[in-house]
Write a protein that binds this ligand. Structure first.
Ligand code: NAD
Length: 502
């Protein structure tokens, strides 16, 4: 299917592209030009039911297939993703706006989760105890849950779905993906490649849509588990509604990631790292650094180093050679970000670099905001309290490492935090005392590799388990313990008392 020429995207149900039942459609826009690329169906409850029925029908045979067979299909899928990586990156860049290099990097990070999932025969191994009582053995299993759903954000249309479905299907589940309606085409390409890799029909399904589709997923009795990544208010709603309806839910929310720079840090290295972490992907990363915390007398030098580098960032369409930062996702997102910059000025922060009037020749209708830098930000200001999710870096000045840690620990978000220092003592103290899910030491965006788990604390994650790594395997399976004896006569029949194995 050549998706790029389609006027209206289909859904993917039961191993094939099908037209949606809904009559509601949304627009998919190229953020670099403002042009409408194609239309996306906004699924209704009937569409969700059709996907759930296909997944329910596929589940028993898929669950019964040996994990090694499932792993081999994923190995083929991994190779296909690698083969098509350049084209896939082009699609991500076209609908999202990020640069081609960045899009390719995000696909690589997703492929790493597939690679982790191909180890599923090993990852699913249980425990076995011989003779827990006389001639009684015990062992534990991890079994799939059934039909699982993933609801994902616009900012990583390839990687975030890949945090979820490779592990879910490797564990023997069927999966329904509801990608962001802003850049959903990548999900259909992954469905096609999964089919080409040999995945049985119905094991992976894609439904497009907005809150109506999400409400139908949360209400559907055949969907047993929901993984969500997106903003905090929606994450909270999904966790509360999904668990109320008896589902297992992990819901990752928004972020406000701080990077603390101590006076002993290598300033050039720290400033370079912060620029990439703040403005890469136009700041639309849940692990973007959005707050630089300058400790003590490093502040003036840090501001100058950041300003000097921020001015050199090349802004342009994602597919133009040399672009380091593309547009933001929609016109509404640009207006919201510009509104927050206005508010920062009103509330008295010092605007060091102003990106509100970014002008990209030939792309006047694109949704561009230039790199923006604030200094003298205080915690009560809107630009500190709210997740801006755009290319805006704010500096907060504090006197000590303790004050920096206190600032981070009292922020409602708790995804990631980083420290720049040459002191092992300070680093060890920071990594132990800071209350967030992911910590970087001289690493600005500490996104754990696929074989570790990814997730935040407080308002950055609702639920108990993080995504991918072993938490992913735990989330998509449930435990079972078997206690067995095989007597060859009736002499060992259980009595009426509480059995003990002594
Ligand atoms: P979003 O919350 O608007 O949308 C996420 C998903 O929820 C989409 O599929 C969307 O269709 C659906 N949705 C939106 N509004 C809804 C509603 N009212 N009811 C039900 N469903 C709804 O998020 P976004 O703008 O696509 O993505 C950006 C956000 O995602 C940021 O807050 C960012 O921090 C967060 N994010 C977090 C992580 C993480 O790992 N914690 C990773 C990536 C993005």
């Amino acid at each position: 299917m050549d998706l790029t020429t389609l006027e209206r995207l289909p859904l993917w149900i039961g191993g094939r592209a099908v037209p949606a039942h809904t009559t509601r459609y949304g627009e998919i826009t190229n953020p670099a030009t403002g042009e409408v690329l194609r239309h996306v169906p906004l699924a209704d409850a009937d569409d969700i039911s059709a996907a759930a029925s296909a997944a329910v029908a596929a589940f028993p045979a898929w669950r019964a297939s040996p994990p090694l067979r499932r792993a081999r299909i994923l190995m083929r899928f991994r190779d296909l993703m690698e083969t098509h990586k350049k084209d896939l990156a082009r699609l991500v860049s076209q609908e999202h706006g990020k640069t081609l290099v960045d899009a390719e990097g995000s696909i690589t990070r997703g492929i790493e989760v597939i690679e982790f999932a191909t180890g599923i025969p090993h990852l699913l191994k249980g425990e076995f105890s011989d003779n827990v009582g006389t001639e009684v053995d015990s062992f534990s299993l991890r079994e799939p849950i059934g039909v699982c759903a993933g609801i994902t954000p616009f900012n990583f249309p390839a990687m975030v779905p890949m945090w979820m479905f490779p592990i879910a299907i490797a564990c023997g589940n069927a999966f329904i993906l509801k990608p962001s309606e802003r850049d959903p085409t990548m999900s259909l390409r992954m469905a096609e490649l999964l089919r080409e890799a040999g995945l049985p029909d119905g094991v992976f399904n894609v439904v497009h849509g907005d809150k109506e589709a999400v409400a139908a997923i949360l209400a559907h009795p055949d969907i047993k588990a929901v993984s969500f990544v997106g903003s905090t208010p929606v994450a909270r709603y999904i966790y509360q509604t999904g668990t109320h309806n008896g589902k297992r839910v992990q819901a990752l929310g928004g972020a406000k990631n701080h990077a603390v720079v101590l006076p002993d840090a290598d300033l050039g290295f720290a400033a370079e790292a912060l620029i990439g972490a703040a403005y890469g992907s136009a700041g639309e990363r849940c692990m973007a650094v959005s707050v630089a915390v300058a400790v003590g007398d490093v502040a003036d030098a840090l501001r100058d180093a950041l300003a000097q580098r921020a001015r050199r960032v090349t802004v342009g369409p994602g597919d133009r050679a040399g672009s380091e930062m593309g547009p933001v996702i929609t016109c509404a997102a640009r207006d919201r970000i510009v509104g927050l910059i206005d508010k920062g000025v009103e509330e008295g922060a010092t605007l060091v670099i102003d990106g509100r009037k970014a002008h990209i020749a030939g792309h006047e209708a694109g949704f561009f905001v230039g790199p923006t830098l604030f200094d003298d930000t205080r915690p009560e200001m809107a630009i500190y309290r709210e997740e801006i999710f755009g290319p805006v870096l704010i500096m907060v000045r504090v006197e000590s490492l303790e004050e920096a840690i206190h600032l981070i620990n009292t922020n409602p978000y708790a995804n990631g935090a980083a420290l720049f220092t040459r002191s092992g003592y300070a680093a060890r103290r920071f990594q132990r005392e800071v209350e967030v899910g992911m910590v970087g030491i001289n690493v600005p965006i500490p996104v754990p590799m696929a074989f570790y788990s990814f997730g935040g604390w407080r308002n950055s994650l609702f639920g108990d388990l993080h995504v991918h790594g072993m938490d992913g395997v735990r989330f998509y399976t449930r435990g079972k313990a078997v206690t067995a004896r095989w007597p060859d006569d009736g002499s060992a029949a259980p009595g009426f008392h509480m059995p003990t194995m002594g």
